[in-house]
Write a protein that binds this ligand. Structure first.
Ligand code: BTN
Length: 254
């Protein structure tokens, strides 16, 4: 059920309007349903909990009350769902740092604190009425006790509540995050994507580390070396052969 609506006319596009729901299945799905109507670009669907939150690669995203679950509707000129999802990792990490968590950005867009995941992004491209839309869904473990997450997730996840002493209200966190996303999206619209990918490369803590990457084609191990022009992670294996990795399972090796 929709429980509120907020406006911020100072924002350029992202988050000029936010619709607040108490519970939805998935904010990405609610956002997609909205696409049938005429809605403004940058509309945000925010929920207090999700009954079937979704993660990347068909995984579930546990969404108990206390966490932050929000999806933003964008209409880029190019079909850049993947790249936008990648770039939006930067505002998420910036917001976490602003509120006292020294988070790192694991490729492609996981916000990590000491090797445990605190936030994730599911970015989806959809055509509706011949118009290309991108739904950027962000989940942040803000005010959640770790034991409210599924047992298999607990070993690899953490929450702000666990790592910072200060209580941060979700509306406050969302407000800061949307400002950062708005700035990033405006840069995306006005500058060349190479510049943004360069910034991303500088912020991605996976670069320089030894990794193993598993895709449907198999597993390769090597050093995370660069971000390609298409947003792929370039991995250099032991024989100095470069491989491009986009989706699959990426492990940071000790
Ligand atoms: C991941 O790291 O696997 C991505 C997690 C994305 C979760 C968010 S929560 C808001 C939005 N709605 C969803 O169902 N998923 C995204």
């Amino acid at each position: 059920m929709k429980v509120g609506e907020f406006r911020d006319a100072n924002r350029k596009l992202v988050g000029r309007t936010v619709w607040h729901f108490d519970a939805v299945e998935s904010t990405n799905e609610t956002a997609k349903e909205m696409l049938e109507g005429d809605l403004e670009e940058g509309l945000v669907i925010w929920a207090d909990r999700q009954s079937s939150g979704r993660g990347r690669q068909g995984r579930a995203w546990a969404s108990p009350p206390g966490g932050l679950y929000a999806s933003t509707i964008l209409r880029p000129k190019e079909p850049h769902a993947w790249i936008l999802g990648l770039l939006m990792g930067m505002p998420v990490v910036k917001a976490l740092r602003h509120f006292g968590v020294f988070a790192g950005l694991k490729y492609p867009n996981d916000a990590m604190y000491q090797d445990r995941k605190m936030a994730g992004i599911l970015s989806e491209g959809v055509y509706r009425r011949d118009i290309y839309h991108v739904i950027v869904g962000i989940g942040v473990n803000t005010n959640v006790d770790l034991d409210r997450l599924p047992p298999d997730v607990q070993a690899h996840a953490t929450t702000m509540k666990r790592e910072v002493n200060l209580f941060v209200a979700n509306d406050e966190f969302l407000d800061y995050l949307l400002n950062q996303m708005d700035d990033l999206y405006s840069r995306y619209r006005n500058t060349r994507i190479e510049f943004l990918l360069k910034d991303y490369r500088g912020q991605c803590t996976t670069i320089g580390k030894r990794v193993s990457a598993t895709t449907s084609k198999g597993t390769i191990a090597g050093k995370a070396y660069d971000i390609a022009g298409n947003g792929a992670l370039v991995i250099m294996d032991g024989a100095n052969v470069k491989h491009e990795f986009v989706e699959g399972q990426l492990k940071i090796l000790p």
